[in-house]
Design a protein around this ligand. Structure first.
Ligand SMILES: Nc1ncnc2c1ncn2[C@@H]1O[C@H](COP(=O)(O)OP(=O)(O)O)[C@@H](O)[C@H]1O
Ligand SMILES: [Mg+2]
Length: 252
């Protein structure tokens, strides 16, 4: 079971942000992606999650082709992403943000609302229960009914993770979950990720704090200028000559 990224290229104007990216990531694993600013990491997430269209290449999740699916359809297929800059609705509370992130079924269509009001209420009850669980799990109870615009940077990252969890995915793509987060909350977020992983949810994590990432993932890839330079266990990758030259500037 894996996410297969096959020869993906993506250009903006004449600039190739992704240049033949090829990666296979086990669906239930913890996998890291590092690389300097502008390497193409966020663009790769955009293409994989369907927010941007690849010029070339294919994406498969557990054997299913995702190429023609919209972002919500890819989420329903089991994979969601978060954004480098959290995209919560600032004026909604934490609880409302989580409610809004849950995929609706019956209540989404007017016909469903009209003919099956009981079913809609049942669904809403189940969603409210999941929202409560998520708030407890992420330790956001104290701020659950505050406008999310008032949260700290780290709490916003936790909310972003919570919004992803509401979709009940098998695989979550996290774009810099530790950026701008204080060290205590970084530890907290890492613990939540590890706990979710033991429950079977896989993560692909973009991070430029190398030390934080190597503590969390057993496998990572290094990107530079739209390409994957190396992939493997953190130490092996960091020892790779190409990586040292491109990413670490040859420091020993
Ligand atoms: N929508 C866009 N339009 C034009 N250029 C873009 C766009 N998105 C990203 N880029 C460019 O693509 C390159 C890779 O960006 P990005 O994927 O955000 O890198 P990273 O996340 O590794 O820092 C950068 O040079 C960036 O300026
Ligand atoms: Mg980025």
């Amino acid at each position: 079971m894996s996410l297969e990224i096959h020869d993906i290229s993506k250009a903006f104007g004449g600039f190739r942000a992704l240049d033949g990216v090829r990666l296979t990531i086990e669906t239930g694993s913890l996998f890291g992606i590092i690389g300097p600013n502008g390497a193409g990491k966020s663009t790769l997430f955009s293409v994989v999650s369907g927010f941007a269209r690849a010029d070339e290449g294919q994406i498969r999740l557990d054997g299913q082709s995702l190429d023609s699916l919209s972002p919500p359809a890819r989420a329903r297929a089991g994979m969601v992403r978060t954004f480098q800059v959290p995209r919560e609705f600032r004026h909604l509370t934490v609880r409302e943000n989580l409610m809004a992130a849950a995929p609706k079924q019956t209540g989404e269509s007017l016909l469903g609302l009209f003919f099956r009001p009981g079913r809609v209420r049942e669904e809403e009850g189940a969603i409210a229960e999941r929202v409560n669980e998520t708030i407890r799990f992420l330790k956001l109870s104290a701020v659950a009914d505050q406008p999310s615009g008032k949260l700290s940077g780290g709490q916003k990252k936790l909310l972003e993770l919570g919004r992803a969890l509401m979709v009940e995915p098998r695989l979550i793509l996290l774009d810099e979950p530790f950026a701008g987060v204080n060290p205590v909350l970084i530890g907290e977020i890492m613990e939540r990720i590890t706990e979710l992983n033991t429950r079977g949810i896989g993560f692909v994590i973009i991070e430029h704090d190398l030390e934080a990432l190597t503590r969390l993932v057993p496998q990572l890839a290094v990107m530079d200028r739209g390409k994957v330079l190396a992939q493997g266990a953190p130490q092996a990758v960091l020892d790779d000559a190409l990586v040292r030259e491109a990413y670490l500037g040859g420091v020993s």
